[in-house]
Design a protein around this ligand. Structure first.
Ligand SMILES: C[S@@+](CC[C@H](N)C(=O)[O-])C[C@H]1O[C@@H](n2cnc3c(N)ncnc32)[C@H](O)[C@@H]1O
Length: 234
């Protein structure tokens, strides 16, 4: 219904000279939000206070060579939780990363595509396609015990575990200075998801041992989970 409404509204607005033929990012955007069949909200946004994508969803192409559908989550996180300038600065060839709970290797593969060397930590198997990048080393170990021999540029984590346990371990990585930035998932319980989210993010911040920049979002490709981007504040 919303789609059909949009298709009818666009030409009507253009006829009245209220909508350009092509999107112009410099101009305000009109948002029409249906909260029921007969109740809608109108809003306008400017360039710096809106998502650059319709419905806030980046249109990412699924790469058929990706070892898992989870790869889309990290891809989306890199686009949704980081600015283009941050991506330029923080994703560079030759960087080093750890991927905790890596199997079958989707997240490692996304990092390897950026030229980043990855230690893939998981007792499960990593796909041949991921290993074929030549940038992924599979280490069979427990992601809650393994620690890197030196400070890494990145740590990413998709381990299925209670969110508070993950949040504490992620904080330890920053407290110990094992990584410069991280993206991790917190798998939420069926009930009281917001309460659990608030609790885990507070726990993470408290135990990181330094002021942190934290951005968290339930991504389009996330299910009962949120994805967090974190790094120490400069
Ligand atoms: C959702 S899957 C990860 C998918 C992966 N991100 C990808 O893109 O292919 C979760 C993984 O976490 C791993 N895992 C769970 N607990 C772990 C632990 N304590 N140490 C290492 N890996 C663990 C599981 O073996 C599983 O492979």
């Amino acid at each position: 219904m919303a789609k059909a409404f949009g298709n009818a509204l666009r030409p009507a607005l253009r006829k009245r000279g209220m909508l350009t033929d092509k999107p112009n990012p410099k101009l305000p955007v009109l948002h029409v939000v249906f909260i029921s069949n007969n109740h809608l909200l109108l809003a306008s946004s400017t360039e710096n206070d809106r998502s650059p994508w319709p419905m806030g969803i980046p249109r990412l192409k699924q790469d058929s060579r990706a070892p898992s559908r989870s790869a889309m989550k990290l891809d989306e996180a890199l686009h949704s939780l980081m600015t283009p300038a941050e991506r330029m600065e923080l994703l560079a060839q030759g960087m080093q990363a750890a991927d905790l709970g890596a199997a079958p290797g989707g997240w490692s593969w996304v990092l390897a595509k950026q030229g980043i060397q990855v230690s893939a930590i998981d007792n499960g198997p990593i796909s041949a396609d991921a290993l074929a990048t030549g940038l992924i080393e599979h280490i069979r170990a427990d992601g809650f015990h393994w620690q890197p021999p030196r400070t890494l540029d990145w740590m990413v984590c998709d381990m299925v575990e209670t969110p508070s346990k993950v949040a504490r371990r992620m904080a330890q990585w920053f407290a110990e200075g094992w990584c410069r930035q991280a993206i991790f998932n917190l798998k939420l319980p069926m009930k009281k998801r917001w309460e659990e989210t608030a609790l885990c993010l507070a726990l993470f911040e408290k135990h990181s041992g330094k002021p942190m920049l934290i951005r968290a979002k339930q991504l389009y490709h996330d299910r009962e989970e949120i994805t967090v981007f974190a790094r120490p504040l400069r």
